[in-house]
Write a protein that binds this ligand. Sequence first.
Ligand SMILES: [Zn+2]
Ligand SMILES: [Zn+2]
Length: 289
Amino acid sequence: MGSNGTTRVVMLGTGTPRPDPNRSGPATAIVINETPYLIDFGPGVVRRATAAFEKGERALGFSGVNIKTAFLTHMHSDHTIGYPDLILTPWVMGRSEPLQVYGPKGIAAMTENILKAWQIDIDGRVNGLDQKNTTGYKVNVHEIAPGIIYRDCNATVTAFPARHEDMVDSFGFRFDAPDRVIVISGDTTPTQSLLDHSRGCDVLIHEAYSMDTYHRVSPSAQDYRRRHHTSSVELAEIANEVKPGLLVIYHRSNMGGTPTSADSEDVLLNEIQDRYKGRVVSAHDLDIL
Ligand SMILES: [Zn+2]
Ligand SMILES: [Zn+2]
């Protein structure tokens, strides 16, 4: 766990739009040759990166200053509310390189609007007594289409289309690192493209909801789930077909409209393990896999 040199996954946020204090918004770091790559920047991302650093995951740097490359699965707010934090806080803490961000159509406009929204802060820090560097708050944005979207000496990253109903421009990502293939589903219903990109991978990080909660939400919420997400039964079928070395569940849908409902993590895990006999874990924030 977390040993130097090996590719590892750091779960920074395993939550959903529902604000669970124990689960930050979706954010996952993949560390390859001690270089971090971030996928999604939900609320809390920089504080979770700092917690991971303080727990010993030094590759991220204090406050995530070493995170220089980030990928976005889709434009939903639960995956993007941490974006201004990711742009500004590590810069204030010392990052001097611009962020490289790869994401769907709309990410360029969002970036421009964030920089405009925080212009008074940026001007003040650059020109005032703070004397921050003039480069680290900048972002090089790359709007992506399916295919290979990134390559360096550590990894090749392939984007493949997710199916997330009205969020047409949604992606999952496959990371080919020297020692591991890691696939992250993004938010999606089951798709052929996920099967094609994750067959035989070492780690499949996948969203899911339990049938237990599905049967307890309203018909309209059930409909929403079917059009946007993947059930435990569907995920077990996917896992049986692609046979990942390790299946990691994140972004578990919670009950709608019942903020005090019990955590259904064990129920979800049992539903999957009844149908799938491979290795599976339900991830928590700050897990390293
Ligand atoms: Zn989401
Ligand atoms: Zn979503």
